[in-house]
Design a protein around this ligand. Structure first.
Ligand SMILES: Nc1nc2c(c(=O)[nH]1)N[C@H]1C(S)=C(S)[C@@H](COP(=O)(O)OP(=O)(O)OC[C@H]3O[C@@H](n4cnc5c(=O)[nH]c(N)nc54)[C@H](O)[C@@H]3O)O[C@H]1N2
Ligand SMILES: Nc1nc2c(c(=O)[nH]1)N[C@H]1C(S)=C(S)[C@@H](COP(=O)(O)OP(=O)(O)OC[C@H]3O[C@@H](n4cnc5c(=O)[nH]c(N)nc54)[C@H](O)[C@@H]3O)O[C@H]1N2
Ligand code: SF4
Ligand SMILES: [Mo]
Length: 716
């Protein structure tokens, strides 16, 4: 077979960099950045290049596996796997009802439109509320804040990087993460361009990160961002920097906040945040005075105890400073297919439509808190999870208290996983079904289109056939659905089609969405418009507009009056009840935060030799003063304990983390079928996090993963 090159794009992280795959005899032999990609223009990161290691990994699961009583997996045929799963699943449903079936859908799943749609469809078709995703460890409170503010959880503003004069980054490290809720390949260059044209980038983070080092750094105590943002607003109120008329024209309910925020001066929150009052006051003035400014937060703003309030206040600063929906401010992307509009049509843009059986937490975009999975499996009663699926997820490492979940998984009647590896979670599965990598599927990045800083759309065909017996996730879900007589469609129009005997495919849906979308050809009514066929002929992607349109707020907001809603009673109550006790002392004097590394991707790329070169470790980063107080030195073994558990690892002493803070990356401590990853050592940091309902954020059920009170000591 001839060697060919195929144009595609990376789907490991949200940057979606353009890639060129070399294919030899049906095998991907090399991945390189696509120089002709209009946005990434020949740039990619080490993970994108190393995906070829994952693709061809000898440890990849390439045929259906069934777990034997001795715990080992054996290979079986698809036919056997599907019929056994079908009959066992049917038995559970017959006995305990469809509400006894749960699904955890992990992060890489979000990078497959077909997988996302069919999982949601399966759960809707089945009629079970037990749908869980990585979002309750990531972003659910951002979506919850949007639901309250704008009337849709899927409507999230992004910073207008190209035009802004002042970017305030709160708890994000785009130099490493490459952007999240923000699709902007070559993001380092884009950020440097802001300062290059005389603007400012200020990074608020407990750690002097790669991004913070390149710009201005404001060190903040973990989990105090809500206070910091409140104080910025307080200065703007006190010094008359709020354009009251503009706020009143865009939003309802500002007075309720004005009264609450005014007393929270930077001087009064200094003891909480650790930011000198005068410094924060000046920052607030500068932000308000900038010709345009955008406040942007990501996981560091989401994983504390008050994430929904924090997400809300981030947007409130944008609104109060007159920067919402204006060039250089915080803007609503205008995608070729608007995810929020599609979600709304399909009735999927829910917040609090259902509540979790345990704890009564509201769903966010249909998903419930994954921290409660173990208890949902082991707590008897109607709605107890008895059959469970994971796809593209590894909650044992990514959610609080993996050990509790591991034990719970062993009590299930059926556990099925769709994955490319045997990981720490699905090693407890009855069946592991070999699934595709992104190189083996087509893709239209639907949920991300609205986050492109340059409005853009790209479609990719599969680069190669699935390896071995791997199958696309949607096909597996379709096959299981057939076994148990469920129609796996997330939207009424699709269910209607299926009643006519047609089984709509993802491609059919994608094409319909593109053709009826903002840039679509309306099935010929608008010649020159887009269709899937047209996108296929432009494999490097299509720039839809040079800049994001502004002045669209009233059109985009889903509240009936077209205005932002600020005075939500639940938010006000949550704000009023926020913990204002200063930095912790006593038994657990330090605060634990996470950290992402350039050559890791959550828990799943530690088996790629290209990324693991040089004997990598997972040390705890500790400030010199904290290290000396604990009597530990660089390179030593330490024990880190919280009220939930303790772990042992090595310590790296560095003043890049502020005093009082420990930073430890997640996604380590492997015990799966990935041999190199297993050898890499490390520990599951989420044993220090709590899976108790009382410790979850109230408004979105999010795990408390940043700011956990911990103690540091020398290992025994
Ligand atoms: N290389 C690499 N890239 C990735 C990933 C990866 O694992 N590796 N994961 C991808 C995923 S799934 C996501 S969601 C994105 C996340 O994208 P980002 O959120 O940009 O990535 P993080 O590096 O987690 O950045 C969070 C920052 O918040 C800081 N922080 C922690 N606690 C607090 C706090 O209380 N307040 C403030 N202000 N800051 C705090 C941390 O020090 C950290 O620098 O990255 C994506 N990209
Ligand atoms: N302490 C702490 N914990 C965190 C975070 C943190 O910052 N700190 N971040 C959280 C965040 S933001 C996230 S997104 C979660 C991630 O948490 P999860 O989504 O639960 O886990 P991942 O590590 O992304 O593992 C994904 C699994 O998908 C598989 N996989 C990869 N590609 C594919 C594919 O194309 N198809 C299929 N079927 N499987 C595939 C991999 O083999 C792996 O087993 O972790 C969260 N956990
Ligand atoms: S930054 Fe890296 S992982 Fe993210 S899309 Fe680009 S190449 Fe892929
Ligand atoms: Mo994430």
């Amino acid at each position: 077979m001839a060697v060919t090159e195929k144009i595609t794009f990376c789907r490991i992280c949200e940057a979606h960099c353009g890639m060129v795959a070399t294919v030899d005899g049906g095998v991907v032999t090399k991945l390189r950045p696509d120089k002709e990609h209009p946005l990434s223009r020949g740039e990619a990161c080490p993970k994108g290049i190393a995906m070829v290691d994952v693709q061809n990994d000898p440890d990849r699961v390439t045929s259906p596996l069934r777990r034997r009583p001795d715990g080992e997996f054996e290979e079986i045929s698809w036919e056997t796997a599907l019929s056994e799963i079908g009959s066992r699943l049917r038995a559970v449903i017959d006995r305990d009802g469809p509400g006894s079936v749960g699904w955890y859908f992990g992060n890489p799943g979000a990078f497959s439109y077909s997988h996302s749609l069919w999982v949601k469809g399966f759960m809707e078709g089945l009629g079970s509320p037990h749908y869980y995703t990585a979002s309750s460890q990531d972003v659910a409170n951002r979506f919850a804040a949007s639901a309250m503010l704008y009337g849709s959880p899927a409507l999230v503003p992004i910073p207008d990087l190209h035009r802004t004069d002042f970017l305030l980054v709160v708890g994000a490290n785009p130099f490493v993460s490459h952007g999240s809720l923000l699709t902007a390949p070559r993001i380092r260059e884009r950020l440097r361009a802001i300062t290059g044209r005389g603007g400012r980038v200020v990074v608020v983070d407990p750690r002097r990160t790669e991004t913070a080092r390149a710009f201005e750094h404001v060190a903040i105590r973990p989990d105090t961002d809500a206070w910091m943002l409140a104080s910025i607003l307080s200065v703007m109120i006190e010094e008359g920097l709020v354009d009251e008329a503009l706020v009143a024209s865009q939003a309802n309910g500002w007075p309720a906040w004005r009264a609450r925020l005014a007393p929270l001066t930077p001087e009064s929150t200094e003891a909480l945040t650790g930011i000198p009052g005068e410094q924060l006051r000046q920052l607030a003035r500068d932000l308000a005075a900038a010709p345009s400014a955008a406040v942007y937060g990501r996981t560091g703003s989401c994983l504390g105890r008050h994430g929904t309030v924090t997400a809300f206040l981030l947007d409130l600063v944008n609104i109060a400073s007159g920067n919402l929906d204006r060039p250089g401010g915080s803007v609503f992307g205008l995608p070729a297919v608007a995810f929020d509009e599609v979600a709304s049509l399909a009735g999927l843009d829910t917040y609090g439509k259902v509540h979790s059986r345990l704890g009564g937490f509201p769903d966010v975009l249909g998903a419930l808190p994954a921290s409660l999975l173990a208890k949902e499996m082991t707590t008897p009663g109607k709605g107890q999870i008895r059959a469970f699926f994971t796809s593209a997820g590894n909650p044992v490492l990514s959610c609080p208290d993996g050990e509790e979940l591991e034990e719970a998984l062993e009590t299930l009647d059926l556990y099925v996983s769709l994955d490319i590896y045997v990981n720490e979670t699905n090693r407890h599965a009855d069946y592991v079904l070999p699934s595709t990598t992104w190189l083996e599927r087509d893709e239209l990045p639907l949920p991300f289109l609205g986050f492109y800083v340059t409005p853009f759309v790209q479609y990719s065909e599969p680069v190669v056939e699935p390896r071995g017996e791997a199958r696309e996730e949607w096909e597996i879900i379709d096959a299981i659905s057939k076994e148990i007589g469920v129609q796996p469609y997330p939207a009424a129009p699709l269910r209607a089609l299926s009643k006519l005997g047609l089984r709509p495919t993802p491609k059919f849906v994608a094409n319909a969405l593109v053709r009826t979308g903002r840039e679509g050809d309306r099935f010929g009514l608008r010649p020159g418009g887009l269709s899937l066929a047209k996108l296929r002929r432009q494999p490097h992607g299509v720039v839809v507009a040079d800049e994001i349109a502004t002045g669209v707020l009233a059109k985009r907001v889903r509240h009936r009056d077209g205005k932002v809603r600020l005075d939500r009673p639940e938010l006000l109550a949550e704000f009023d009840s926020m913990d204002s006790s200063p930095a912790p002392g006593g038994e657990f004097p330090l605060r634990l935060i996470g950290l992402r590394e350039l050559r890791s991707h959550n828990s799943w790329m530690h088996n790629a030799p290209l990324l693991m070169r040089g004997g990598r470790e997972q040390p705890a980063r500790v400030n010199p003063q904290d290290a000396s107080e604990a009597g530990v030195a660089d390179g030593e073994r330490v024990k880190v304990s919280s009220k939930s558990g303790s772990i042992e690892l090595t310590v790296a002493v560095t003043d890049e983390v502020m005093q009082g803070t420990i930073a430890i990356p997640h996604g380590w401590g492997h015990r799966g079928g990935w041999r190199l990853a297993n050898e890499a050592g490390g520990v599951n940091v989420n044993q220090l996090a709590s899976a108790e309902a009382d410790d979850l954020e109230r408004l979105a059920g999010m795990a408390f993963l940043n700011g956990i009170p911990v103690r540091l000591e020398a290992a025994a």
